[in-house]
Design a binder for this molecule. Sequence first.
Ligand code: ATP
Ligand code: MG
Length: 457
Amino acid sequence: MIKKLINRLRGKSAPPTPQRVVVPRDQHPVSRKDISSAALKTLYRLRESGHDAFLVGGCVRDLLLGMHPKDFDVSTSATPEQVKQAFGGQCQLIGRRFRLAHVRFGREIIEVATFRAHYSQGDSAQHGQTSHTGVILRDNVWGSIEEDAERRDFTVNALYYNITDFSVWDMAGGLKDIERRQLRLIGDPETRYREDPVRMLRAIRFAAKLEFTLEPGTAAPVRKLGDLLDHISSHRLFDEAQKLLASGHAARVLELLREYSLYQHLFPEGGDLEHSQRLLTLTAESTDQRIAEGKSVNPAFFYAALLWERMQEEYEELLTEGMPPVPALQQAGQRVISRQTERTAIPRFNAQTIRDIWEMQPKLEFPRPRQVEGLVQQQRFRAAYDFLVLREESGEETHGWGAWWTRYQDADPGLQAEMLRALERSKEAGGNSGGGEARRPRRRNPRKRRPASTPPA
Ligand code: ATP
Ligand code: MG
């Protein structure tokens, strides 16, 4: 009461306390047949052990939208220790900042979280902790379902499916927002972004994936708060970037990141030129295509495209300083990757793949005839070739070498031999200064461009 009054005097309305609306089973479309049996077993077991148990978050939201949830999260009144008691060896407790139970059913893991109170309401010295910038450091204060709902991010993520009577509990007006196809933060948007700036990236991911808009109040502070991402750990940002890329809507994500001025905070080493932006869009589109076909996606390919322009700039500089092409390419790659790594940690294994893709580009642009078969056999050939084709499609000058490799792979052995002979003749004619090793990628300054090494017709 007093708090409300103070807030009113300050001209700031208190974040609305969630109003629970219970929608009975016959008035919503969430059906048990669409819920994984592991999730159902978890819910039933918790209930049998005397606890409240709900599905919550993305899975309820997706089921209401007629989509297939990618995983099922459970929220319960049981403490992590009580969950452990109910499931025994099947259950593992994880996390410090955010203590959780993982319940294992064969290969499927169900994440079970205890209802949490807002960090400021609990015994902050013991369990909840906030840094001086308002960022939540520890978040283990147990609470009621109402409190649990209040600390979730978007209203559409604060929908609970009750295993007791199969009703849906709408804790913050999420059903109306689903109807309006909009994302709305629970509480005061700026405060919620300051608590956890990654929520800005989550907004972008959900907007792209669900084809939702950001409700104006939720959208408004984003452009001015992008700086807050600069203080988030690079590992968390890599994970979040990974989710953005693998969302199946990476092309739309890129558009939205730019629209909301977040792109430069996540990808400070991304290119500016028209063809490198086009390269990134094409890469995102092909990533989305692969995901739609159920194929795996390698983040390295995306980062290879993202950092390509800056890598070339570095490379040119090192050549100008007199460094030979092969080490120059390696060093340029290393430098650019390590700069981007300050923002989004790139695992060592991925960094190696990125460099492999880059280092194969000059080899694919005017190869020695005798190296052609060896190149095709290399582990990274497929990725490097796909990359060359996308560069070509993006409008970068590659002198048709992408198309040459496409023709070569489609050709029968007779035609392949003919293509290699033609390549030999054009080498002899002095088309290439020799050395199948690293050569210069296209220069950015057309005046300095070396003679084109076009594939023989
Ligand atoms: P999906 O799994 O489809 O990507 P999701 O909504 O389930 O989407 P998760 O990251 O799995 O997202 O998180 C599960 C739930 O936890 C969310 O729906 C939300 O209620 C809550 N949540 C997750 N991250 C945050 C956050 N940074 N701030 C507040 N609540 C969050
Ligand atoms: Mg989820």
